[in-house]
Write a new protein. Structure first.
Length: 744
């Protein structure tokens, strides 16, 4: 690297560090919060290494690593501690970069490189193998040497390109004085190529170019499959941030002007127009409207509001303009708090260490020690350097983690396909492992267990009145009005005029010179004949009796069957909902499970943490904006396809079909997948138990080692494909049994 290039690189690094330092957010207690992207995070071992490495760093109070998003969240003693923390992270071998606002929208360049590497390695393996077959068939002398040289011309450039992923990772690890799974892989490939080149130039009989490229090909398949599964994961925090208002309408002395939301402070008067989200927490001073408070309660039904009512930031104004006096700035609004809760929940769940990552922690050191011991043993026993190196290479190739590398991602990819057939989408492979461990299920109510309202027309409603009610209902988008329209689907809408919707009340029109209303009972009662004012949804013509519609929530198809299956397999369940106690009690009684009402997002988080402390592994099934933090905090989570965007983004699984039996179907596949993963590890360990002693004893050449390694990989893949075999759903508790009890 020239002096100019080094200087340019240093300037770029300094600029990136300055941008990171500038992104530190001061907290209320004087500390600093910094979130950075770390592209080098690749496995569960990285989580422990970063958190342990920064835990004792002066100025760092807390470290949280998000494996899925490849992010590190730091809580700093003071904002001025940021440069030292970023430098300490770099010393550990992890380069911190500013967050990309468009992250997740562009293609993953590393995944694209892996796909190209697989293609190159596969092409090289096929062609080198054809040349090797000729050598195995008896070609010798000049023909054999020519084929070896042609193999070298194919294998060396192919390995140099296809092996970059492993070589770079190994170099970074060695520079920091540590080992990872890519170090033995890189050593095996480089040594096999080097020995083969030496043998080819010296006219030797054996070369192992085919072993090197075949090793890379199978390892790259596993690495690519794993990367594809992880690339499916997207941050719900990003989706939730899109709900935040960018500009607000400020009212000053009766004049309005648009200002950036960052300039909004407590005490300002803001105007929120219909269709806009509330920028900050505050209290309404003027205007009436209906608000969508799904972010807080999870209920889609609009809530009427007027002067004096407190409003949370992030709620959606539906029908009328309101003037709001700001009580807390946007950075401390309810929406901002939900974002913080969700980010913390995702970071906490990302600390889950997958089975493959657990094994990787001990596998790499063991492989190095074994290969070194074998080579030294043969050398000390009197064998020449060539024989000792050949034995060490054979041990490295035999023990290279192809079967281990494929054991998990192949099952996850097959499982993802199996779930897709059942109408279920999966975010990443670790979710399948976590779902297999779930032993308690929390359901949201509205949109999850129930899917809308049913209205029952009142007795005594004449055909003419039914037609007028249908005409009024058709003019409103309110869920209750839609339920009335469905209930009166066989009735033709009556002719009305002067139709208008009154925010927070209902719909009014004139028919034959008389007013007719559909909406809130007390409002409808104002024009009706004398009598008690009804509650709930009502209809009346001016001077005529009030007719009250009975409303009931409609259970999602398969809800009762799902709860019954969970109960029969000793998996407990409950309802947590932001709706009122009577509404929750109705659904809980119908399904015979406990339920809690009026639970806000922080309450759901608290309940999940309580269950975790009790040793439970929680599956959260929800759909609303207010469920997003709970979906992120749970051990694993699911959401229906018609859930809010943020809810879908926060969930590990999304089921596309209406029926709730997707929950138990996903659990069946997850338990079966977990069983196959453990079988694959058993097969891989059995292979090593047989092949390694033979390699150490000198009975296995690098070529035979590559063939044996390939055979073990094929066996693992074949075993993984057994997940596609469907099992009978009428088998009792076996299908949802814990992994240890799941038959193969």
């Amino acid at each position: 690297m020239s002096c100019c290039e080094a200087r340019a690189r240093r300037v770029a690094e300094e600029a990136a560090t300055a941008e990171l330092v500038a992104s530190v957010t001061p907290t209320a207690d004087g500390r600093g919060s910094l979130v950075v992207a770390v592209p080098e995070i690749s496995c569960g071992a990285c989580i422990g290494r970063i958190e342990r490495g920064l835990a004792d760093q002066p100025g760092v109070d807390e470290v949280r690593v998000n494996l899925t998003q490849r992010r590190v969240a730091l809580t700093l003693r003071t904002p001025e501690d940021a440069p030292a923390a970023v430098a300490a992270l770099a010393d550990l071998g992890y380069r911190a970069t500013p967050l990309d606002p468009d992250e997740g929208q562009a293609e993953d360049p590393e995944l694209q490189h892996l796909i190209r590497a697989v293609a190159v390695a596969g092409f090289a393996a096929g062609n080198v193998m054809l040349l090797s077959v000729s050598v195995w068939s008896g070609a010798d002398g000049a023909t054999r040497d020519l084929f070896h040289l042609i193999s070298a011309l194919i294998a060396v450039p192919a390995a140099a390109f296809a092996g970059q992923t492993f070589f770079r990772s190994a170099i970074r690890a060695l520079r920091k004085g540590r080992l990872n799974m890519d170090v033995p892989i890189s050593l095996a490939v480089i040594l096999a190529l080097g020995l083969s080149l030496e043998r080819s130039l010296a006219g030797g009989e054996e070369a192992y170019f085919d072993a090197a490229v075949m090793l890379l090909f199978f390892l790259l398949i596993g690495r690519t499959l794993d990367r594809r599964m992880r690339a499916r994961a997207r941050s719900a925090v990003t989706s939730l941030s899109r709900l935040a208002v960018r500009r607000a309408t400020l009212v000053e002395e009766g004049v309005t002007r648009s200002v950036p939301v960052e300039e909004v402070t407590a005490g300002m008067l803001l105007r929120v127009l219909p269709g806009a989200r509330v920028p900050a927490d505050g209290r309404i001073e003027a205007g009436t409207s209906d608000l969508d408070r799904a972010l807080i309660t999870g209920e889609a039904a609009p809530v009427p509001v007027g002067p004096g009512v407190e409003v949370e930031g992030g709620t959606l104004n539906l029908t009328g303009p309101i003037d709001l006096r700001v009580e807390r700035p946007p950075s401390r609004s309810y929406l901002a708090e939900v974002q913080r809760m969700l980010a913390a929940a995702e970071a906490g769940r990302s600390a889950y260490v997958r089975i493959a990552d657990r094994m990787a922690r001990i596998y790499a050191p063991a492989v190095h020690l074994l290969a070194l011991a074998a080579g030294l043993g043969w050398w000390l026993a009197g064998a020449g350097p060539l024989a000792a190196i050949t034995t060490a290479i054979a041990v490295l190739i035999v023990t290279c983690p192809c079967a281990l590398g494929l054991a998990v991602p192949v099952v996850h990819v097959v499982g993802a396909g199996r779930l897709f057939e059942a109408g279920i989408l999966m975010r990443d492979g670790s979710a399948l492992e976590r779902l297999a461990e779930a032993d308690h299920v929390i359901f949201d109510k509205t949109g999850t267990l129930s899917v809308g309202l049913d209205a029952h027309p009142p007795k005594g409603l004449s055909p003419r009145e039914a037609g007028l009610a249908k005409g009024l209902a058709a003019a409103s988008s309110h869920p209750a009005a839609a339920a009335v329209s469905r209930a009166l689907s066989s009735v033709s809408p009556g002719a009305v005029e002067d139709l208008r919707e009154v925010p927070g009340a209902g719909v009014e029109a004139r028919a034959s010179g008389r007013r007719a209303r559909l909406g809130r009972g007390d409002w409808v009662g104002e024009i009706a004949a004398s009598g008690p004012t009804p509650t709930g949804l009502a209809f009346a013509c001016e001077g005529a009796p009030v007719h009250r519609f009975e409303m009931a929530e409609r259970l999602r198809p398969g809800a009762a069957e799902t709860i019954r299956d969970l109960s029969e397999t000793h998996i407990s369940s409950e309802i947590l909902s932001g709706d009122s106690a009577p509404a929750v009690a109705t659904i809980a009684t119908a399904l015979d499970i406990p339920g809690r009402a009026d639970v806000r997002p922080e309450g759901k988080l608290a309940r999940i943490e309580e269950l975790k402390r009790g040793g439970k592994r929680v599956l959260m099934v929800g759909d609303g904006l207010n469920d997003a933090p709970a979906l992120g905090a749970a051990h694993v989570s699911m959401a229906p396809a018609d859930a809010a965007d943020v809810g879908r983004a926060a969930a590990d699984f999304v089921f596309l079909r209406d029926s709730l039996v997707s929950v138990t179907e996903a659990m069946r596949v997850a338990r079966r997948a977990q069983s196959l993963v453990r079988q694959n590890f058993g097969l891989a360990l059995l292979y090593n138990a047989i092949a390694v002693p033979l390699a150490v004893a000198g009975f296995v050449t690098p070529l035979v080692a590559a063939i044996a390694m390939s055979a073990s990989s094929i066996i693992v893949i074949a075993n993984s494909l057994r997940l596609l075999v469907r099992r009978q759903r009428n088998r009792p508790a076996v299908s949802l049994a814990l992994p240890e009890a799941q038959p193969a």
